[in-house]
Design a protein around this ligand. Structure first.
Ligand code: FUL
Length: 435
């Protein structure tokens, strides 16, 4: 039975962290730079990575992953394997190093630091030849040697042609070995892991059925990856523990564009994304791109902080704390003598609820396939909710009900599941999950 590693368990606990897309595109208003942008295009006027960390902290994010190199090949650190870096720009007279500033600031603020490095490189003259694999390995060595510890490494699946019109044949095996050798505690993200998988969309939602398991044999990164539905839901009998991460941007684009200042996702929308990602057992990687000053824009910061407030208020008061709990195992003759695990909760006084949180103790594996939740008031069934997987965390919200009994019936599981504490909340009605 696949189990998470200790490092993956730590990753599961991170739940929500920020992505920052930053580079020449911030200044040229592009999403995919061509790779021939002059280095001087990169010129933040007030870059302050501590401000990014302050905002991340206030938003309750656990870390920041930065685009050290996007598809345009520009390196936010002075890599000796490239001539298209911060060193060749006028920013800080070529003496600046965004990775240094951010990695130091993350340490100061107690945030995890992660790095996105695009294998696809539209600038590097060696791209499309075997030597580029040496370049990519060399760059990763610089990252791990000079900016560690790196909690997560992000390999983007996009793969087009380089400056010479050629596509690269990546030496993934060597890339993985490089990371494992240099930094065994780094979790590696790509479409298919090895540690964390892409959730199959860039809209920020995991499947309502979401297995932390994935079969990767016969698949490759990028175009050879499993179909997006599989990435979204995982494989019920998958052979590897490769949980999903939901990457989504707070704005329409991944990079900052001033004409999107009025399109920053609202706190309500962010909360809904939280329910659809973390609330379905995945992690939420929310992109908040710094602007041309090199600061997280006030609009994004305001939305993030209000989003945090919604989380704090919604999950402050666990109303199930004082329930009388009865655990039963029941053989259901109607469904062929199947054993059901039942947890019954009874309340002395009726309580108002619109949210339930279930957790599986995933350190022992993920087993639950189907759960029926029956919400009753003095013996009358008010609502029945059927869900599939639980995993790390499953948040279920519904129109407010008055409740005296709650039954959780695990009707189907791969093996004996272990539930953690069940919690219940009454949140602002406008925050219940949107369809
Ligand atoms: C994609 C990239 O092509 C986008 O530019 C962005 O970096 C996103 C997170 O991944 O594959």
């Amino acid at each position: 039975m696949p189990l998470p590693t200790a490092v993956q368990l730590q990753w599961h606990d991170m739940e929500f962290y920020l992505f920052t897309h930053f580079g020449p595109n911030t200044f040229t208003d592009k999403e995919w730079g061509l790779g021939n942008e002059p280095e001087d295009a990169f010129n933040p006027t007030q870059l302050d990575c501590r401000q990014w960390c302050r905002v991340a902290k206030e938003a309750g994010a656990k870390g920041i992953i930065i685009t050290a190199k996007h598809h345009d090949g520009f390196c936010l650190w002075p890599s000796k394997f490239s001539t298209h870096t911060v060193r060749e720009s006028k920013w800080k007279d070529g003496k600046g190093d965004v990775l240094k500033e951010l990695s130091v600031a993350c340490k100061e603020y107690g945030l995890k630091f992660g790095v996105y490095i695009s294998p696809w490189d539209r600038n590097h003259p060696k791209y499309g030849t075997a030597e580029y694999n040496d370049v990519f390995v060399g760059m990763m060595k610089e990252l791990f040697s000079n900016y560690g510890p790196i909690t997560e490494l992000w390999w983007d699946g996009a793969n087009g042609e380089g400056p010479n019109g050629k596509k690269q044949v990546y030496d993934w095996h060597r890339f993985e070995k490089t990371v494992r050798d240099l930094s065994p505690n780094t979790v590696v993200f790509s479409d298919i892991g090895p540690d964390i998988r892409w959730v199959g969309n860039e809209s920020g939602f995991a499947g309502k059925t979401n297995w932390n398991l994935l079969d990767t044999a016969g698949f490759t990164r990028g175009y050879g990856a499993p179909n997006t539905d599989t990435l979204n839901q995982g494989n019920i009998n998958g052979k590897n523990w490769i949980p999903a991460e939901c990457d989504v941007s707070i704005r329409p684009g991944w990079f900052y564009h001033s004409n999107e200042d009025d399109k920053v996702k609202s706190p309500e929308k962010l909360f809904d994304l939280y329910l659809k990602s973390a609330g379905r057992g995945a992690n939420l990687l929310l992109n908040v791109p710094p602007d041309r000053r090199g600061l997280i824009n006030e609009k994004d910061a305001a939305s993030l902080i209000a989003f945090k407030k919604y989380r704090d208020e919604s999950f402050k008061n666990n109303l199930l704390k004082h329930a009388i709990v009865i655990d039963k195992i029941h053989t259901n003759k109607d469904i062929g003598g199947k054993t059901e695990i039942i947890k019954l909760m009874i309340f002395k006084e009726p309580i108002k609820l619109n949210c339930l949180v279930l957790k599986e103790l995933i350190q022992n594996g993920q087993f639950i396939k189907d759960v029926d939740i029956i919400i009753s008031n003095h013996g009358t069934e008010m609502r029945k909710i059927s869900i599939t997987t639980v995993g790390k965390k499953r948040i279920i919200s519904f129109p407010t009900e008055e409740v005296t009994e709650l039954s959780f019936i695990i009707t189907n599981a791969k093996s004996k599941p272990q539930l953690g504490n069940i919690e219940g909340y009454l949140m602002d009605e406008k925050l219940i999950e949107k369809e």
